[in-house]
Design a binder for this molecule. Structure first.
Ligand code: ADP
Ligand code: ADP
Ligand code: MG
Length: 684
């Protein structure tokens, strides 16, 4: 076994590899860019080398810097992770030339599988089933059009060098073909520097089922069963699971053997994945009717490898290191077994409600579910970030992977839902809520999997508010009270802005929910109970507010106030809520989901309104109680001018600057609308 390896990657996969290396007693060297100087993967390794600027082309793609770092630190081997240089045959060769072991397949295998068209020609010879299509070298547009017409529409045009869901165009009608071809070629040239394409029949409602394979340098090759990665957005995976629902031992064996044949055809060594597209014929009622076709082979460890680790109980990075060090595969095909069911969810910094646009920002709160790492446990959480880290625009938007394992799919699903509920991220948009809706959708719950799942279930997936507004406001109000009680020894109602009226204390709050203004009034009754009214008029919700508070498991140093777990009862709803305040924004997490409301500081905003160009306006609808000044009076900044009452609370309106009162526009007792000008002040 190696004594020291260099990990030529970042983020979660660099941390993942480092964890296994540490367990095996192998020292690790991290490489990092400017943006990653303080990154978790740097801390996870024994040594680190700076390799350049933040953009990947200035660091993680700079082989020379990486090879220099390996030489300088005495690393014997290089693990490329996934992405970046992992499927670059020139880098694999350069490692060998520098006397380093590349922890991956031979450069020739990477090359053979690197171009989708070429790999299909090879697979054809190896009798691996292919999607009906054209993968020839002749790229004459007229010929490509004829081939598309022959295959029959819809067809899919794919960049031969494509990857990551890029460089693909579906075409429904022959008359659209040439335009789609041009646009696909443009994208391919821009993204990959090569515009060769292939054409495939566009399989309707297909499933993506892939086989994990492993080869060694002694001629052994096995398959570690399948993963279903059908739940995709923009041809990119979102949820992955193993085994594939509906799979039979016979079909598994046929697909596994086809994958091993594919690997053997290119002399494969190490971890690889053969991706198949699986057709479910109309009205199909038996898995044996599923037809599978080779799509591509990924010649590296895959993002979703943990689900395979969960069901086999194996550490695939350990296998990679052993094979790269020249050992034989630890197990034979007949020794491999499937235990239970595993599902992975990719947690990404992105906004699902806005076309999954990537998000950047700081992880102000980053609370993970209770978990174990790198073992076959019920919940595993793989990440490369820590609370306080910044998600920068330079790299992938994937923040973490949540992997659950259960005796059955049903149990794994329940664990996934629960673990997602315990994943609290504040500071940037993530897909955590979206993942929960996806996991709970009828299609996913019932394992009706295909690549159109997200589109089919969109009504249940996007723009959802799993927490009611009154409940979110109640949680925010309760959190404020708990904060105050924690900070003071006295009852909050005896101070601050409570207003006593008819033997009741009343306190007024205001929230913003999107564009809506939501007032809330808290009444402190004779018996010591709290009565909360959220909203006004016909939409008002009133009820007893009952809660108890416990400090939340981990306090975030960055959020303004320490979080509390609140057991809360309000208006017929009972929930455990955790609230994080970020300035005025309350992030409320409950087992049902999360919601944000903005708490408006009424007094501060009354001041804001008053300062606008000498106009003095009502901060809220209410009644003018009194004026403290008369027209013509000279006033000093901060001097009280008028008193207003709204929702049984008084507000004093103070002079925003020195000046002269020129006119009073209302009389005591008048009702005024929000924003109404109360008096005029000529600044001095
Ligand atoms: P799969 O492994 O299932 O094919 P992807 O194609 O999404 O999944 O995985 C490869 C992608 O991961 C690359 O395209 C790259 O953008 C991204 N990637 C590469 N390195 C990292 C990293 N260290 N952390 C997160 N994402 C990465
Ligand atoms: P990439 O290199 O970007 O991963 P793939 O060839 O693996 O490209 O395809 C990515 C995804 O696109 C697949 O997982 C599948 O959802 C979809 N796809 C690919 N080929 C077809 C096809 N012939 N018909 C329908 N969908 C396809
Ligand atoms: Mg693929």
């Amino acid at each position: 076994m190696f004594k020291k390896i260099l990990i030529a990657n970042r983020g979660e996969i660099a941390c993942r590899v480092a964890a296994t290396a540490r367990r095996l007693g192998v020292k690790t060297v991290a490489v990092y860019s400017d943006a990653d100087a303080q990154a978790k993967h740097v801390a996870a390794c024994d040594e680190a080398a700076h390799i350049g600027g933040s953009a990947p082309k200035d660091s993680y793609l700079r082989w020379q810097a990486i090879l220099d770092a390996a030489r300088a630190t005495g690393a014997q081997a290089v693990h490329p992770g996934y992405g970046f240089l992992s499927e670059n045959e020139d880098f694999a060769r350069a490692c060998a030339e520098a006397g380093l072991v590349f922890i991956g397949p031979p450069a020739s295998a990477i090359q053979a599988m690197g171009l989708k068209a070429e790999s299909k020609r090879l697979m054809e010879q190896a009798q691996v089933p292919l999607v009906p299509g054209y993968h020839g070298t002749d790229q004459d547009p007229a010929l490509l059009q004829r081939e598309a017409d022959r295959i029959g529409y819809p067809v899919l045009i794919k960049a031969s060098v494509g990857g990551g869901g890029k460089g693909m165009r579906a075409v429904d009608r022959p008359e659209d073909f040439l335009a789609a071809l041009q646009s696909c070629k443009r994208e391919a040239l821009n993204s990959f520097g090569d515009d060769a394409v292939l054409i495939e029949k566009y399989v309707q409602r297909p499933r993506h089922i892939e086989i994990q394979v492993f080869g060694d340098t002694h001629g052994n090759c096995v398959y570690l069963f399948e993963r279903d990665c059908s739940v995709q957005r923009r041809h990119q995976k979102v949820l992955e699971e193993a085994p594939a629902p509906g799979m039979t031992p016979e079909l598994r064996a046929r697909m596994g053997e086809a994958a091993v044949a594919a690997a053997r055809a290119v002399g494969y060594v190490g971890a690889g994945t053969v991706e198949f597209i699986v057709e479910q014929p109309a009205g199909y009622d038996h898995p044996e009717q599923m037809r599978f076709y080779f799509m591509e082979m990924n010649t590296r460890l895959q993002v979703e490898h943990p689900v395979t680790e969960a069901i086999t109980g194996l550490d695939l990075v350990e296998w990679q290191l052993r094979v790269a060090a020249g050992e034989s595969l630890p197990l034979k095909q007949e020794d491999l077994r499937i235990h239970g069911h595993a599902i992975e969810a990719r947690i990404c910094a992105e906004n699902p409600d806005n076309q999954f646009l990537p998000a950047t920002g700081t992880l102000a709160v980053y609370r993970k579910p209770a978990h174990v790492s790198f073992q076959r446990g019920p919940v595993r959480f793989d990440d490369g970030v820590r609370e306080g880290d910044t998600i920068s625009p330079f790299y992938d938007s994937m923040v973490a992977k949540l992997i659950v394992h259960g005796d059955s799919r049903e149990q794994a699903l329940a664990r996934l839902d629960d673990a997602l509920a315990q994943t609290h991220i504040v500071g940037l948009a993530t897909n955590v809520q979206f993942l929960r809706h996806a996991v709970r959708s009828a299609s996913f719950a019932q394992a009706r999997l295909d690549t159109a799942l997200i589109q089919r279930e969109q009504a249940a997936l996007f723009h959802q508010q799993p927490v009611s507004l009154p409940l979110a406001v109640a949680a925010a109000v309760a959190h404020t009270l708990v904060q105050e009680r924690a900070g003071e020894t006295t009852d909050p109602f005896s101070k601050t802005d409570g207003w006593r009226s008819h033997g009741q204390f009343q306190r007024r709050f205001a929230f913003e929910d999107g564009d809506a203004h939501v007032p809330a009034v808290l009444a402190y009754g004779h018996g010591g109970g709290l009565r909360l009214t959220v909203g006004e008029g016909a939409h008002a919700v009133t009820g007893e507010l009952v809660f108890s508070a416990h400090p939340a498991a981990s306090a975030s140093p960055l959020a303004d106030a320490p979080p509390w777990a609140l057991d809360l009862c309000f208006a017929g709803e009972r929930v455990r809520a955790t609230v994080y305040m970020q300035g005025e924004r309350a992030h409320v997490f409950t087992p049902q989901g999360a919601r944000q409301v903005v708490e408006v500081d009424l007094l501060a905003h009354a001041g804001d309104a008053a300062t606008e160009g000498g106009r003095l306006t009502a901060p809220m609808p209410g009644k003018v109680v009194s004026f403290a000044v008369q027209a013509g009076e000279v006033v000093k900044k901060g001097q009280p001018l008028a008193v207003m009452e709204a929702m049984k609370m008084e507000h004093t309106i103070a002079a925003p600057a020195d000046g002269t009162v020129t006119e009073l526009l209302y009389a005591p007792g008048d009702q005024v609308a929000e924003g109404a000008e109360l008096l005029k002040l000529a600044p001095a």
